[in-house]
Design a protein around this ligand. Structure first.
Ligand code: PLP
Length: 401
């Protein structure tokens, strides 16, 4: 294969991150080399720290913007709030929650892992039982992946908080919102989240390379006594520099311009509309899966993700063939099944900068690729169901009424 050849048209990227980047955002990042010690930078960066609160649903939490990926965000959250040997309670229900557990263990934390089915989320009844039994309050943090990108499951962080409060448990609540924050409803303040983490290549619709954190006063307080060694991600270094609008090391300036553009797009759309759009695109995709006669990996409707849809293929079909066909024949990138569900599912990402017609193209491509893989689906069935739903539910773009 010659991957230097660019096919005509456009490449269609519908994995759950990296996602489609808006034309305005792409242009905003085309800047010459700029000096972050010049006077324009401080007000520019300070405003970003403030405005990024929008996507977390917080009015005044401390935010941090790092030149790193979501994995760096995980590390930052753990290192700055905990000490070696501290006990963390967490759930494992996919590849990303698995990798976060692995990091916790490698950082020397004592991790209590609840293994759930891949396709399930956090079981609040079980959480209540464990917290109730922890009479000595040994658990220092409850850490959860909000949207498990392997399985298309969104756990209910509001209920997790209610459960912790119901047991009067003082543990910190650390949330990986890498594939939810910026697209799905996230209520940092209301849910009293202590650390929330996201990455730029997901709902923010930027290239990879920034991780963004929101941190509560309680977490900042814990940080003062937490003993885990930290250098690159030390909050204190950021806190020493932020008041002057500065950073302790060289920022990725083009990405920060991209973040500015992305936040402007999200706020001009209205964040409530962003959340509704994600729901609409997800519902249309789920209608397509249903019309194909296929099942979602996520079995309980309350956990169905509006970021991505993970679709099971029948026994005897290798889902990676669908993904291969999509790329080779239609210049379409779909998500493969990861780890335990490799070959059994494929993923359609609909988070970030997408609209109905874009997701329709992903559904059309998926439909053709499934037929190519020998699956017995009715051509036009999935896309027909999605279009019917979107035609009935879409509204006029507010500024074009
Ligand atoms: N957490 C979740 C839920 C993810 O989906 C990912 C990446 O896909 C990560 C963490 C890791 O982020 P990164 O690859 O940016 O380090």
């Amino acid at each position: 294969a010659d991957y230097s050849y660019e096919p005509p048209g456009t490449s269609h990227c519908f994995v759950p991150g990296p996602v489609n980047i808006h034309e305005k955002t792409r242009r905003a990042m085309m800047v010459p080399g700029q000096n972050h010690r010049d006077p324009w930078f401080s007000p520019f960066f300070s405003k970003l720290l403030e405005d990024v609160r929008l996507i977390f649903g917080t009015s005044n939490a401390q935010t941090f913007i790092y030149p790193a990926t979501g994995t760096g965000g995980w590390e930052s959250g753990l290192q700055n709030t905990l000490s070696p040997g501290d006990k963390v309670l967490t759930w494992r229900y996919g590849q990303f929650s698995h990798l976060w557990v692995d990091m916790m263990e490698r950082l020397g934390l004592e991790v209590q892992v609840i293994d759930a089915d891949w396709g399930a989320g956090v079981d609040e009844v079980k959480l209540a039982e464990i917290l109730k039994a922890d009479t000595e309050k040994k658990i220092k943090a409850v850490a959860v992946v909000h949207n498990e990108t392997t399985t298309g499951v969104t756990s209910d962080v509001g209920k997790i908080r209610e459960t912790m409060d119901g047991e009067s448990h003082p543990a910190l609540l650390l949330v990986d919102g890498v594939s939810s924050i910026g697209g799905l409803n996230f209520e940092f303040d209301k849910w009293k989240v202590d650390v929330a983490i996201t990455g730029s290549q997901k709902a923010l619709s930027l290239p990879t390379g920034l991780c963004v954190l929101a941190v509560s006063d309680k977490a900042l307080e814990a940080h003062k006594t937490a003993k885990m060694p930290r250098v690159y991600f030390a909050w204190q270094d950021m806190l020493n520099n932020y008041p002057g609008g500065q950073v302790p090391y060289t920022p990725i300036i083009p990405l920060l311009h991209g973040l500015r553009a992305s936040l402007d797009l999200l706020s001009s759309e209205g964040f409530d509309n962003v959340v509704k759009r994600h729901h609409r695109l997800a519902e249309g995709t789920r209608k397509a899966a249903e019309a194909w006669g296929l099942k979602l990996l996520c079995k309980d409707p309350r956990w169905r993700s509006d970021s991505l849809t993970v679709i099971e293929v029948p026994e005897g079909v290798d889902s990676s063939l669908i993904v291969k066909n999509a790329f080779a024949r239609y210049n379409l990138s779909l998500g493969v099944g990861l780890s335990k569900v490799a070959g059994k599912v494929f993923r359609i990402g609909h988070l970030g900068n997408n609209d109905e017609i874009m997701i329709a193209s992903a559904i059309c491509g998926a439909e053709m690729s499934m037929l190519d893989a020998g699956m017995k689906i009715q051509p036009g069935s999935g896309i027909g169901a999605a279009l019917k739903y979107w035609q009935e539910t879409s509204s006029i773009i507010p500024t074009r009424a």
